[in-house]
Write a protein of this length. Structure first.
Lengths: 255, 260
């Protein structure tokens, strides 16, 4: 194993252990998506009767969003953990070791991927339990997690960039609020055709819309929907761009 | 010479000159002390020696490698215990030592040998499987020291290693450091404890306001400055102004820099 892959592997193991240390830290990012799913699917159940709404129940329509939200919320932890490492001085220890800096980033992103599968998986099981179908079957589940993991890793880079550039824990934690505009100015709650004009424009240019619609297509439609490939394309581009920006931000950590 | 520093300068954005043309060298196997008041530029200099802070100008050679060209070669040869004890609070001492051994690409057998040797050395054998967050200040310092030694570095950089420790813990750390130095390890120590420098260091450089103001062995310094103690030498050569110290000490703080 080359030293790069070895560094990546061992840093990933170290970071992944942080997911459940302490276990209680997992609860908020699990609670929020389930809470919104239960409340919204009940409160807005009659929305599906409005003319123009797709031929699915509102519960089914927002089910993919519940998985997506679980991953969205947990992806912010990477930046918080990184700023904690910076504040404690542990990050400096890593910087004076003969480690490839890309391995440090990828080690964090692997943690994000593992956490995404764990949390998204739990929400998926709950959705199956309440009768939400999955049109693309087992391979669709694999495809959905692949797309969501790519996106979660890209999203987690925002927190890491903030951590590296500002080294300020309060600012990194406050990046959490970005979830709301990026998640709600999409088609997560309503189909595109039923959004007000201004929101529709935001949703069209919001890259998160492509991911939401890609996941929704996998859950509700089937492989023929082009939203799936568009979702993969957007998630892939975001991943490459954000990892490159994070790598560039390492310079800021060295004043 | 195992460390050679020539005309080293660090000017932070905003114009704060933390280090102003420092030149010195450290012999192989030497216990070298870097003294100075808070904000003198000691930590900035040390951080530049391990590439944690980018130099503005000057040259640094460590164990024959130019830091600007081959930093990775230098990382393999140095251990660094910082002023801020950098531990992973969510890991145990054993886990951290194992990870560091892996990241220095040691074999499994060597990691195991080093872990048992180092845990014994820093007297943390009984608590090796407890989380670092449960450790006292002294235990955290000792673990930090063990982490910096996992790969048996040729040069050990120590930035205020006994800050905040009780006399017993300080004595324990001093004994470890003497022992490591006797075994041939070069030690570069920054401190503002005169007794620490006097007890441990073969040669000392005193820094003030970003410059080295004097250097030599303790007897040489006492003779040169007509002093009876190292503290007297320190006060004669630095005579620092508290206000200036505080600004310099925060030179890397973006808020202070922003005020210009």
């Amino acid at each position: 194993m080359s030293t790069f892959f070895s560094d990546w592997y061992y840093l990933s193991i170290r970071n992944t252990k942080q997911i459940w240390r302490p276990v209680m830290a997992l609860i908020p990012s699990m609670f929020i998506p389930i809470f919104f799913f239960v409340v919204n699917s009940q409160s807005f159940s009659k929305v599906s009767a409005i003319p123009g709404f797709p031929h699915v129940s509102y519960k089914e329509f927002i089910a993919p969003v519940a998985i997506f939200t679980a991953i969205f919320f947990s992806a912010g932890n990477a930046g918080i953990e990184l700023v904690q490492d910076i504040a404690s001085g542990y990050f400096k220890k890593l910087l004076v070791m003969p480690i490839n800096r890309l391995a440090i980033i990828l080690g964090k992103l692997t943690e994000v991927a593992v956490q995404s599968v764990l949390q998204g998986g739990i929400v998926l099981v709950l959705l199956f339990a309440v009768g939400v179908p999955f049109k693309t079957g087992f391979f669709g589940v694999i495809a959905m997690f692949s797309m969501l993991i790519l996106f979660a890793m890209a999203w987690s880079c925002i927190g890491m960039i903030a951590a590296l550039r500002t080294q300020n824990a309060r600012l990194v934690q406050s990046m959490f609020v970005l979830v709301f505009p990026f998640l709600y100015l999409t088609t997560s709650q309503m189909p595109r055709e039923m959004l007000p004009d201004t929101f529709r424009i935001f949703a069209t240019y919001n890259p998160v819309t492509s991911i939401v619609e890609g996941v929704r297509a996998l859950v509700l439609d089937g492989w023929g929907n082009p939203a799936i490939w568009q979702g993969f394309l957007v998630a892939g581009i975001l991943f490459v761009v954000m990892v490159a920006l994070t790598l560039g931000s390492f310079k800021s950590a060295l004043k | 010479m195992i460390i050679e520093v020539k005309d080293l300068v660090k000017t932070y954005p905003g114009g704060v000159e933390a280090v102003r043309g420092v030149t010195f060298d450290v012999k192989e196997g030497e216990f070298f002390g870097f003294l100075g008041p808070n904000g003198a530029g000691k930590t900035t200099t040390m951080n530049m020696l391990v590439n944690l802070v980018k130099k503005t100008s000057g040259s640094i050679t460590v164990d024959g490698f130019d830091l600007a060209k081959q930093p990775a070669e230098i990382y393999k040869r140095v251990g660094f215990a910082m002023q801020e004890i950098g531990l992973d609070e969510t890991a145990t001492a054993r886990e951290m030592l194992q990870l560091h051994g892996r990241l220095y690409h040691l074999s499994t057998q060597r990691i195991d040998e080093q872990i048992s040797k180092l845990l014994k050395l820093v007297e943390l054998e009984k608590v090796a499987d407890r989380f670092a967050s449960t450790y006292s200040g002294g235990m955290r310092r000792r673990l930090d020291l063990a982490l910096s030694l996992i790969h048996e570095p040729r040069i050990l950089f120590l930035d205020e290693p006994t800050q905040g420790l009780d006399p017993h813990a300080r004595q324990l750390i001093w004994n470890h450091l003497r022992d490591l130095n006797k075994r041939g390890m070069t030690v570069f120590l920054t401190t503002h404890f005169m007794d620490e420098a006097e007890t441990l260091c073969e040669r000392i450089a005193i820094m003030d306001k970003g410059q080295i103001v004097t250097r030599g062995t303790v007897p040489e310094l006492l003779k040169e400055h007509g002093a009876k103690t190292l503290e007297e030498v320190f006060l004669k050569t630095t005579g620092s102004n508290i206000g200036e110290e505080e600004v310099n000490a925060n030179a890397s703080d973006p808020y202070v820099r922003g005020r210009g």
